[in-house]
Design a protein around this ligand. Structure first.
Ligand code: NDP
Length: 599
């Protein structure tokens, strides 16, 4: 439904504001992010890799390279690919998984797919000569594309899989980073690029009794196909005689539920907060359209998506989907200029979008009480919007029950099931679609510390929040880079930002290698200036989130002291990308202190 269509109906804004406030109040909890626990200690079994060879053994690797890349998801693949294009041959990618893919390696749950259009989300399409098969690609195809990139740029050469980095420490004498791993490797690298990804640290809820459940239980990022049968795009025959429960109705839950509903004897969906479910409208790629694409199409489309979703008027909206529709900024005026979004227009647009979403629930879900419970009451961008043409429909099946907890969450887990609203639901299998630790603590989420110049630990340096230049480099940590959303411009298409960061990092590293620069490190003042820019919008961000229902985006409604720094660059993705480009074009590496190599 288009925004112009959204404007056709009336809504009572004041009544909705009050309802949103009440729904938020119901969900605020004193323990906030403390309500979750990592997949560690007594929950370590939840973290095991179902896809890896448990018997892998190899000799430790002791060597010197120009670049060590930590993480083989899209961030690491982008960094590796752009470095190869810049002529860097000596590099190694290290990842705890058994292959490339990151998020798309781990998340193989049934129905997994990407909500951002594949023609803008997937990187290196022209470079690899690949056209995705559908507008919204499925997880298996995305994972395969990761492997294609790995082959295309020869990144498999020397890659260390099933290997966890334990420590990265700067050796001032040799001017090298020493990367240590859990397999005894010791890699001396001139440069390190840390690409931990956004969702690499799954979490479980601290629901009382969670450790007592005697049936089969797993997190969605470690799906147990040996138990459920099937595969990501096949039916789950093993569940035919099973009562299955799923806790979590975010983007992951939305995608699993239809597949679970098809095969489970009975499926109980435990809901704390309903997601917004907009139309998905997926379709196969039209070969006739693909044949019309001319060189440069991929970059043009990626840029068009970011500009349109940032509210910059464009002559044409190339993607035309629910993301680009939000502000109605698609077609119309040409040659628009980047300017900050009008908060009032965005506010109204979000109210309208949510009304469309609620009406959609009413139109699809037949049982009135279930439909009411599935209607979300909060600002559209308070939570990650969801898209599906199958999720709401699943609740019309006789073998599917929505157990709505009215914002409170389930009460208890017993050896045989889940207690909610005072009733016990007996289950054979309990699945946690409860998400990931997100932008709370970089070092904890990465899983290793970085010891910089003078023994300075990144965990201490960033304890009160991240401090960077451009979201990529830190003072005290020469030749160290991160690909990350923190203190960077944010687009609905994260891949665009990650790619531009990868190009930027490849530029700095190749300049250093060519010009025989030993170290490049941001000056303290350059970092302070960038941090001030980020902090300038902290008040506005808090004001918006104060009206939001709690979630991972706002640390469950109770923000810690690091929250304002672990934020994005406030002027938006267009300004961020322009700034990086003009910095490179200027050519003097402003803000970096460089030390030439000795003779
Ligand atoms: P989320 O953090 O978005 O969702 C977690 C879910 O668990 C929420 O519904 C939450 O409820 C619920 N929950 C947590 N604790 C309890 C409890 N005690 N009782 C009941 N329910 C509970 O995680 P996801 O894995 O769904 O998604 C993470 C992110 O990954 C997304 O936001 C998205 O950015 C990305 N993603 C993208 C996909 C795509 O492109 N298609 C697909 C999947 C993920 P509440 O809302 O009340 O906190």
């Amino acid at each position: 439904m288009s925004r112009r269509g959204n404007d056709e109906f009336e809504i009572d804004l004041e009544a909705l504001r009050l309802r949103y406030r009440d729904e938020r109040a119901k969900r605020l909890r004193a323990d906030a992010t403390g309500q979750f626990q990592p997949l560690k200690g007594r929950f370590a079994d939840f973290a095991k890799d179902p896809h890896a060879d448990p018997g892998l053994s190899r000799a430790p690797c002791v060597e010197a390279v120009d670049v060590a890349i930590i993480g083989g998801g899209f961030g690491g693949l982008l960094a590796g690919g752009r470095l190869r294009e810049a002529g860097v041959e000596s590099l190694r990618i290290i990842d705890k998984a058994a292959d490339f893919g990151g998020t798309w390696y781990w998340n193989r749950y049934p129905g997994v797919a990407c909500d951002v259009e594949s023609y803008v989300y997937l990187p290196f399409l022209e470079e690899t000569g690949y056209i995705p098969s559908e507008k919204y690609a499925r997880g298996g195809e995305i994972f395969e594309h990761c492997r294609r990139i790995g082959r295309h740029y020869r990144l498999y050469d020397g890659a260390l899989f099933q290997t966890e980095v334990t420590r990265v420490a700067w050796d001032e004498t040799g001017k090298r980073w020493i990367v240590s791993t859990d397999r005894g490797d010791r890699i001396a690298a001139r440069f390190v690029v840390s690409c931990k990804g956004l969702y690499n640290s799954p979490k479980l809820p601290g629901i009382p009794g969670i450790e007592d459940f005697q049936g089969r239980s797993f997190h969605t990022s470690r799906w147990d196909y040996a138990y459920t049968g099937g595969a990501a795009d096949q039916d789950l025959a093993g569940l035919e005689d099973k009562a299955v429960g799923i806790i979590g109705t975010g983007s992951t839950g939305i995608q699993c539920v239809p597949r679970l509903a098809e095969r489970s004897k009975h499926l109980y969906v435990f809901q704390r907060t309903p997601s917004s479910i907009d139309a998905r409208n997926n379709r196969p790629t039209d070969p006739a359209w693909a044949a019309t694409l001319s060189p440069g199409w991929h970059r043009r489309r990626i840029e068009n998506f970011t500009l349109v979703t940032a509210g910059v008027p464009q002559a044409e909206d190339l993607v035309e989907d629910s993301w680009t529709d939000l502000l109605g900024a698609g077609a119309g005026a040409a040659d628009g200029e980047a300017k900050p979004l009008d908060p009032a227009a965005l506010d109204r647009s979000q109210f309208m979008k949510m009304e469309v979403v609620r009406r959609r629930v009413e139109a699809v879900v037949k049982d009135r009480a279930t439909a009411e419970a599935l209607k979300p009451y909060y600002h559209y961008l308070c939570k990650r919007p969801g898209f599906s043409d199958e999720y709401l429909e699943a609740f019309n099946r006789p073998n599917v029950t929505l157990v709505d907890t009215d914002g409170r969450g389930v009460e208890r887990i017993t050896p045989h099931g889940v207690v909610a609203g005072g009733a016990e639901y007996r289950l054979d299998c309990l699945i946690f679609a409860t998400g990931f630790d997100f932008m709370n603590n970089y070092v904890r989420e990465a899983g290793f510390d970085v010891i910089g110049r003078g023994g300075l630990a990144l965990s201490e340096c960033w304890a009160g929040g991240v401090r960077t230049l451009f979201g990529m480099q830190a003072h005290g940590f020469p030749n160290f880079f991160v690909v990350s959303l923190i203190q960077a411009g944010v687009s609905f298409n994260y891949m665009h930002i990650a790619d531009e960061q990868a190009r930027h990092i490849a530029y700095v590293i190749s300049r250093c290698l060519e010009a025989r620069i030993e170290t490049a490190e941001p000056a303290a003042e350059a970092v302070s200036d960038w941090v001030e820019t980020v902090l300038a919008s902290a008040g506005a961000r808090r004001a918006f989130l104060d009206g939001c229902t709690p979630g991972y985006i706002d640390q469950e409604g109770r923000r810690d002291s690091a929250f304002d720094l672990n934020a994005s660059y406030p002027k938006g993705p267009v300004s961020y990308l322009e700034l990086l480009e003009s910095w490179r074009a200027e050519g003097s590496m402003q803000g970096l202190v460089v030390e030439p190599a000795g003779c």
